[in-house]
Design a binder for this molecule. Structure first.
Ligand SMILES: Cc1cc2nc3c(=O)[nH]c(=O)nc-3n(C[C@H](O)[C@H](O)[C@H](O)COP(=O)(O)OP(=O)(O)OC[C@H]3O[C@@H](n4cnc5c(N)ncnc54)[C@H](O)[C@@H]3O)c2cc1C
Length: 476
């Protein structure tokens, strides 16, 4: 890389960050992409990892590999903890190792996390669906629940293990509920001896009055009917007020409560923008919305900082939804704007989002899709879903292996990726209990240097004692 060239720092290797970086390929700039994970995650297929259809590698190729041929891009691992807009620097940390990276232009695309609406303690018993860790933990919990049901001693215990509750009736909730129902009612039905997996209850609940609110009433009703046909109980207008290891309590608008005993809970409701929006708001005075997204100018920059772009799930502009296309188009727009500035060309004008439509699968061969004013459901919508996901999965290898795994699932109803390890189920919770989190299980470079100094001094002393004949084997 040419150190004198305009330097673009990109935070995040998700849809906004990766597509923004790729769009800078032919530009006369150097790019440093900083992300806290080593992969680019295709979040829309996380539910398939959680339910044993795909492996994590198929939806999360290494960012380094994706960008290997892009000579002007460098990838560094680290969680960004500070952005100093005045000094134009980004501070990132990994295992006690700190990096400070200066920029001329910055694209912030650190996405969003799960929101438990002020009840963060729910997360211990109801993992969200935002990361590979989430999906693998859920896989362990879902398949593990059937195992524990097989061992349970009482009917009540069996019922609790065989009750699965998905909180949230948006696309992720619908996809998870549909897949768990297929697992219980079809895939696993011959695998157990004492329990009948078809007795499993799969409940999807939401405080909203309809399923899939962004898809409109008609498609929402189609999705609900289709789920119910597949054995999913849909509870609407109910808010989760309490959630623990054994179940959850739902409160309805009329004030009544209902307790549901359920070992497995999945949280697919609510998102909260990455906390970095707070530091950006503090430094610029830009407003944050209820989901913590920061208001940006029509060209996706921050007030008073034309060199800083915020894209994707972190930005608030014209009520644009938190979907992959908004992030992809935002990342590409920012990259183009930076290139035009470097080339001293005029701005391309404000960011314009092109809505390519939305879709959600309900189960094998069944989906709903909304493209402009066209409403599609059933097999045709599912074919569209298949084509779009194959097109957007990153990398030919991943497309090929995902297609193979889909064939197995679609043709035989089987799942190739049912393995869950003790680490996936328990290690994360154990690490959360450590005071310093993951940092407690790896020494920082500073600590390691002091260990090395001590060992070197010890070795020198051993050599001196041996040379002086005070220690060791004496010959002659
Ligand atoms: C389960 C699920 C299903 C979805 N399904 C669909 C769908 O079907 N269709 C659709 O259009 N959209 C879907 N979405 C939404 C879509 O995935 C997001 O809108 C999109 O990923 C947003 O892109 P982004 O670049 O803003 O953030 P992300 O893709 O989330 O990327 C954020 C990146 O930032 C990194 N990061 C986070 N914090 C830091 C930090 N402090 N320092 C460094 N790096 C950091 C992360 O590791 C990640 O690489 C789904 C989302 C989820 C969770």
């Amino acid at each position: 890389m040419d150190s004198k060239r305009h330097h673009v720092v990109v935070i995040g290797s998700g849809f906004g960050g990766l597509f923004g970086t790729k769009a800078l390929k032919g530009s006369d700039v150097d790019v440093t992409l900083v992300a806290k994970t080593t992969h680019h995650l295709f979040q829309p297929l996380l539910y398939q990892v959680a339910t044993g259809i795909l492996s994590q590698g198929e939806i999360a190729p290494p960012t380094r590999e994706v960008l290997a041929k892009q000579r002007n891009a460098r990838v560094i691992l680290g969680e960004v903890t500070e952005i100093d807009l005045a000094a134009k620097t980004v501070v990132s940390n990994i295992q006690g190792r700190q990096s400070v990276t200066s920029y001329d232009s910055l694209i912030v695309a650190a996405g969003a996390g799960q929101s438990y609406f002020g009840n963060d303690h729910f997360s211990e018993f109801a993992p969200g669906m935002k990361s590979i860790d989430d999906a693998l933990e859920l896989r362990g919990r879902i398949f593990g629940a059937f195992e524990l049901a097989e061992l349970a001693q009482t009917e009540a215990e069996i019922e609790r293990y065989l009750t699965f509750v998905v909180v949230g009736a948006g696309p992720t909730g619908v996809e998870m509920a549909g897949q768990i129902a297929e697992l219980a009612h079809k895939t696993l039905r011959r695998d157990f001896r004492r329990i009948n997996t078809r007795d499993a209850r799969v409940i999807m609940l939401d405080a909203a009055p309809q399923v899939l609110p962004p898809f409109g009433a008609k498609l929402g009703a189609v999705a609900q009917k289709s789920l119910e046909k597949r054995g999913v109980e849909v509870i609407l207008g109910g808010m989760v007020t309490d959630l623990d290891e054994r179940g959850l309590t739902v409160q309805f608008k009329d004030g009544s409560d209902r307790r549901i005993e359920a070992a497995t809970k999945v949280w697919a409701a609510g998102v909260q923008a990455n906390a970095l929006t707070q530091t950006l708001a503090d430094q610029t005075g830009a407003g944050l919305d209820r989901a913590g997204r920061i208001s940006v100018n029509p060209d996706l920059t921050l007030p008073g900082h034309p060199e800083v772009f915020v894209v994707g799930d972190m930005m608030a502009l014209d009520n644009l939804p938190g979907v992959a296309q908004v992030a992809i188009q935002g990342g590409k727009y920012a990259a183009k704007e930076i290139t035009r500035r470097v080339e001293e060309k005029p701005s391309q004008g404000p960011f314009k989002y092109f809505d390519k439509g939305s879709m959600a699968t309900i189960s094998r061969f069944s989906a709903v899709a909304l493209v402009g004013k066209v409403h599609l459901s059933g097999f045709l919508a599912w074919l569209m879903w298949l084509a779009v996901h194959l097109l957007y999965l990153t990398g030919f290898k991943n497309r090929f292996t995902a297609l193979m795994h889909w064939m197995v699932t679609f043709v035989s109803n089987d799942r190739q990726e049912r393995t869950a390890t003790v680490q996936q189920i328990y290690a994360r919770r154990a690490i959360k209990k450590l005071k310093g989190g993951t940092a407690s299980v790896a020494s920082s470079p500073v600590e390691w240097n002091s260990v090395r100094t001590r060992l070197e001094a010890q070795a020198l002393e051993e050599a001196r004692l041996t040379d002086a004949g005070e220690r060791g084997v004496h010959t002659g």
